[in-house]
Write a protein that binds this ligand. Structure first.
Ligand SMILES: [Zn+2]
Ligand SMILES: [Zn+2]
Length: 169
């Protein structure tokens, strides 16, 4: 079946997430304007630095702080190449953290489509509402996900991520 545009770009976000180097979360982000991809990003270390999958995580207060998050990386890539993200839609595999949410707001996005509500932050939700950014969850089916996102040996990925929003662990 031919996917709708939101499914199409979310699937690409999952393909991007496969490049992530921190297995605590394989996150992928694609920013789109008028059905064209402006920039992409995944969770990874700063350029030229060792990755979590090489030397382990850098844990602070229960979070791995080695990586730059996918959404922030996507915006950095846009900045590096002189591409404006104003008015774009952000497609992301996981609901953004509070910091990425603030970055996305200031990057001028008007819409956010996410696939899993993993660690959905109520403060981030409120920031999006105040900023008038339309956001919604589009869950891909297992078949959709399987087509673009091969199962990882450590069990992350679309199907098995806990969905905090729905109270599932
Ligand atoms: Zn890590
Ligand atoms: Zn983030």
């Amino acid at each position: 079946m031919r996917p709708d545009w939101d499914s199409y770009f979310l699937k690409i976000a999952y393909a991007v997430s496969e490049r992530s180097t921190c297995d605590r979360a394989f996150v992928g982000c694609v920013m789109v304007l008028e059905k064209r991809i402006l920039t992409t990003g995944f969770n990874g270390s700063p350029a030229g630095q060792p990755h979590c999958d090489e030397i382990g995580h850098l844990m602070v207060d229960g979070h791995c702080v080695r990586t730059i998050h996918a959404e922030t990386n996507a915006i950095i890539q846009a900045a590096l190449h002189g591409v404006s993200t104003k008015g774009s839609t952000c497609y992301v595999t996981h609901f953004p953290c509070i910091n990425c949410t603030k970055v996305l707001i200031n990057a001028g996005i008007v819409r956010l489509v996410y696939s899993t509500a993993y660690r959905k932050d109520e403060n981030a939700v409120n920031f999006l509402k105040v900023a008038n950014i339309e956001f919604y969850q589009k869950e891909l089916t297992t078949d959709d996900a399987g087509a673009v996102h091969p199962p990882y040996p450590h069990g992350t990925g679309l199907v098995v991520m806990p969905n905090i929003e729905n109270g599932e662990e």
